[in-house]
Design a protein. Structure first.
Length: 285
């Protein structure tokens, strides 16, 4: 099945279609909207413009923040970073899980025992605490480094699942025939095993992006990462610190970043469920 046919299957499924539309909207929001919407820069703070409700003016259609800046502009200019970080973290997590799982499952023996022992040790560590410690020690806004931090603890479940799948595939007759024919291990892994795990890996990649999104927003919410006034997690944290949870003028500064996070998560969840239905024969039936 080529990429075009796979995209057509995704489009035919209602859940994955809606999820894909939502994700495309967020990509447009992150990478196209900044060309048309000015950045949320405030040179002079005007008390009359602080925490305004939604206005008829498009730039202030979502209201203003604690400096009188546009909430819409904050969300638009924060979208690119959070999407980039989530995708990178999901990619790194997936690659680490695939690498560990395939090596453990295919080679077996003492290598399998060692890798799974490491996997189990990492799995028992408190993930959030480790993230907070690493983020506090490194203190960086580089999305690649932050993605590596977020992927450092989240690969264990995928690695164990991939290992189980590889152990099952290893017992298949066509794998045994490939070995008898003298095909190299790399050929068997990349041409025979990984293609059969493609849909499984795609679903878990989306799950990993979801987890990274939650973790990234959470770390900015907790204030352990360098201040970024456009970050959705930082905006939510600031709104709560200013009592927005109890209502008042700052409530819009809480609602709209929260809806941005929820909307992106909703799109990812629908896309993953749709792909799962497409590739899982029992769900498809």
């Amino acid at each position: 099945m080529n990429v075009l046919e796979y995209v057509k299957l995704i489009w035919k499924n209602k859940k994955s279609r809606v999820g894909l539309i939502i994700l495309v909207f967020y990509l447009i929001l992150a990478f196209i909207f900044p060309f048309f919407i000015p950045p949320p820069v405030v040179s002079t703070i005007n008390a009359n413009k602080i925490f305004l409700p939604p206005q008829p003016n498009f730039y202030y259609i979502l209201g203003t923040g604690p400096l009188g800046e546009s909430i819409l502009a904050n969300i638009v200019y924060g979208a690119g970073f959070i999407i980039e970080l989530s995708l990178l973290a999901g990619l790194f997590t997936t690659l680490i899980g695939i690498l560990i799982g395939i090596i453990a499952g295919y080679l077996g023996g003492i290598i399998d025992n060692i890798l799974m022992a490491i996997n189990d040790i990492v799995m028992t560590l408190p993930t959030l605490v480790v993230y907070i410690i690493l983020a506090t020690l490194i203190r960086t806004s580089n999305p690649v480094i932050l993605a590596l931090i977020l992927s450092s603890m989240s690969w264990t479940g995928l690695a164990r699942s991939i290992r189980s799948q590889v152990l099952l595939l290893k017992s298949m007759q066509y794998i045994e025939i490939s070995k008898i024919l003298g095909l190299s291990n790399l050929h068997i892994i990349f041409r025979e095993i990984i293609p059969n795990l493609g849909s499984y890996i795609a679903v878990h990649f989306i799950f990993n992006v979801e987890g990274a999104l939650y973790a990234a927003v959470g770390l900015y919410f907790l204030g352990v990462l360098p201040v970024n006034p456009n970050n959705w997690g930082y905006m939510i944290s600031q709104a709560l610190n200013m009592g927005a949870i109890f209502g008042g003028k700052g409530v819009w500064y809480l609602i709209f970043p929260s809806l941005a996070v929820i909307g992106l998560m909703f799109g990812l969840i629908l896309l993953s469920y749709g792909i799962d239905e497409i590739t899982n024969p029992r769900l498809r039936a």
